[in-house]
Design a protein around this ligand. Structure first.
Ligand SMILES: *Cc1c(COP(=O)(O)O)cnc(C)c1O
Length: 235
């Protein structure tokens, strides 16, 4: 993709974000565009960074570590958005600023133990499996309060909010209904004093609905970078 081509896509995504935010009376600045660069080479991410993207999300650890090394000279905030195995937590604790899909206390404990003392706290979001889909990670809404309380007690981690990957819906009203559920869960935790400021929800196909329901981070891949090669897993 040429820089001009990417710049056009980026402008279109930002325009859609701004319109969705204004429909719900929000400022576009209240939503962070997290560019999901999985399957994209470091040169493409470098081009995106040159055009103003500061936050990148990755799902596959090995691929992510190669890009972090290649782009070390740039000011990039790295987010791990994939499922994390217990034996792979250390590089995430050491090299990322955010983890979005936390759903097990054991993983959280390892991240807390492995986060370097000189680094700021690792920002984490808990993934909620709203649709009860076996193929996706996340806790059930019923399990959420207990996990949130346990993670909030860990040192070196900062519990920032909730994340979801809801069932795919083509109708905006149905998309919004899922995102409204995540927002309600966040509000419930906050009424108990959790102080969560982040809702990581919305992807290329539904980020406008997510923004209308209060997303503070949208995770966008395809709409920015085009279709990924089919050999790469996507979830
Ligand atoms: C791949 C991925 C995205 C981006 O999906 P697109 O539909 O390409 O925008 C967002 N979140 C997670 C967790 C992903 O794995």
């Amino acid at each position: 993709m040429s820089p001009q081509n990417f710049a056009d896509r980026l402008a279109a995504v930002r325009e859609r974000m701004t319109r969705a935010a204004s429909r719900s009376g929000r400022s576009a600045h209240s939503v962070t565009l997290l560019a999901i660069g999985k399957a994209q080479p470091p040169e493409v991410l470098a081009m995106a960074a040159d055009l103003g993207i500061g936050d990148f999300g990755e799902s596959y650890l090995q691929e992510a570590l190669e890009k972090i090394a290649a782009l070390r000279e740039r000011r990039i905030t790295w987010h791990f958005v994939g499922r994390l195995q217990a034996n792979k937590t250390r590089p995430v604790a050491e090299q990322f600023a955010w983890v979005h899909a936390l759903d097990r206390l054991k993983i959280a404990e390892r991240l807390a133990a492995q986060r370097p003392f000189h680094a700021p706290a690792l920002n984490v979001c808990l993934q909620v499996n709203l649709g009860g889909e076996a193929s996706k990670g996340g806790v059930t809404p019923a399990q959420l309060p207990e996990l949130a309380a346990a993670v909030a007690r860990l040192p070196r981690l900062k519990l920032r909010g909730l994340m979801c990957l809801p069932p795919e819906e083509s109708e905006p009203a149905r998309q919004r209904a899922w995102f409204a559920q995540l927002r309600a869960l966040r509000d419930e935790l906050n009424s108990g004093g959790a102080g969560l400021d982040t809702l990581s929800m919305g992807m290329s196909g539904d980020f406008e609905a997510a923004i209308e329901e209060g997303a503070t981070v949208v995770r966008v891949g395809t709409a920015l970078f085009g279709l990924r090669p089919t050999t790469i897993r996507t979830s």
